[in-house]
Design a protein around this ligand. Structure first.
Ligand SMILES: [Zn+2]
Length: 67
């Protein structure tokens, strides 16, 4: 085994980890249709933090244009 070979593997592994990190970092903008409460969550499977309604609109922050 050469050092070059293992280094190349590590580089690939780090890129793979970075991709997962970015996916996990996605913020979901949530808006409750029942009480109108708005908050940021990290999952689409949410219930309202205020009224516990599951009638919640969720929008990924990456769908918004960057300012
Ligand atoms: Zn609510």
């Amino acid at each position: 085994m050469s050092d070059k070979f293992s280094f190349s593997n590590l580089d690939e592994l780090q890129r793979w980890h970075q991709g997962i990190k970015q996916a996990n970092r996605n913020n979901i903008f949530c808006h409750c249709r029942t009480c109108g409460y708005e908050w940021i969550d990290s999952t689409f499977d949410v219930i309202c933090l205020k009224c516990s309604s599951n009638n919640v609109e969720s929008i990924s922050s990456w769908q918004f244009p960057d300012d």
